[in-house]
Ligand binder design. Structure first.
Ligand SMILES: C=Cc1c(C(=O)O)[nH]c(=O)[nH]c1=O
Length: 310
């Protein structure tokens, strides 16, 4: 069974890597991912300056997934750019740099610098952070996205991608796809970011479980799998020639298979990686291999995007 993926001029031994935000804030964490069975690495979304993030507790796992309101804690753009400068690209694991400026200008400043650095890493521009008090998720404002992407494509000549929030309405899929299809150098979309502003309640203590925003936070894990799959399949149909990166609810080879069947080129794991550690990569890859062997598939192209309808 062959799990290799060739996309965007990159060759990956397998389709699995971390979701931005998990095991990727420090060089030590990034090296844990890079030296694991993962096929690629992505950095924590960054801002020009370092950020401490929201007050703790700001993450909580539940039997069905997780809730987080981290508040974009990160070591600052130059820390991740310097990691990208020394990154061993020849070892064969691509590096993605997640950018999440607090304003469009912050994103443009980081992208201008990244363009000038002429590094092999690829930017994933985050349009969907749900946990910045007072800041709406840009991905839900289609006109603002069009304006932002116009300027982004102007300052950054290379291929780039965007991290999208989940959409819940066919009209919104169509409206966002129309914006995204305007930009030929926008080569991939990562679906989905956490489902924003959920509320988890602890019955024993009659309390919320995270401090920021009186308990509101982004949901991940099994909670979001059907929504993630819907976003992957809809954008796979609506964005011809672009790639979809699947993210959301992958706990085993079965969910990785589902995401790829729905059209994902590669897939990211977040909550499961946070809870299990980097061993999750080898486990999930083994489960995916076994599932493919049982079904008689030799490679990912044998089933990618071939979800049947009734
Ligand atoms: C970049 C901030 C994000 C955060 C965060 O740092 O709070 N959490 C998420 O679930 N998604 C994000 O995009």
């Amino acid at each position: 069974v062959d799990l290799s993926v060739s996309w965007l001029g990159l060759a990956m031994a397998n389709p699995l890597y971390n979701a931005s935000g998990v095991m990727c804030r420090s060089v030590a964490e990034l090296e844990q991912v890079r030296t694991s069975a993962a096929g690629a690495v992505i950095t924590k979304s960054c801002t020009p300056q370092p950020r401490v993030g929201n007050p703790e507790p700001r993450y909580c796992a539940t039997p069905l997934g997780s809730i987080n309101s981290m508040g974009l804690p990160n070591a600052g753009y130059h820390y991740y750019r310097d990691y990208a400068r020394s990154y061993p690209y020849a070892a064969g694991k691509p590096l993605f740099l997640s950018l999440s400026g607090m304003t469009l200008d912050e994103n443009l400043d980081m992208l201008r610098d990244l363009a000038a650095a002429e590094l092999p890493c690829l930017p994933e521009v985050n349009l969907s952070c749900p946990n910045l008090p007072g800041k709406p998720q840009l991905g839900y404002d289609f006109q603002a996205c069009r304006e932002a992407l116009t300027q982004i494509a102007r300052v950054y000549p290379g291929d780039f991608g965007v991290k999208l929030p989940p959409y819940f309405d066919p009209v919104h899929f169509a409206q966002m796809a129309e914006v995204l299809n305007t930009f030929p150098t926008l080569r991939f979309v990562t679906c989905i970011n956490s489902i924003g502003n959920g509320l988890v309640i602890d019955v024993e203590h009659e309390s919320v479980v995270i401090k920021p925003k009186d308990g509101l936070g982004g949901l991940g894990g099994s909670y979001v799998l059907p929504t993630a799959l819907a976003n992957v399949r809809e954008f796979y149909r609506l964005l011809p020639g672009k790639h979809v990166v699947g993210c959301g609810g992958i706990n085993s080879g079965r969910e990785a298979f589902m995401h790829i069947l729905a059209g994902a080129t590669v897939v990211q794991i977040g909550t499961c990686l946070y809870e299990e550690g980097e061993g999750a990569f080898a486990r999930i890859l083994d489960e995916l291999r076994q599932l493919m062997a049982q079904k008689g598939y030799q490679c990912l192209d044998d089933f990618r995007g071939k979800l049947k309808t009734l």
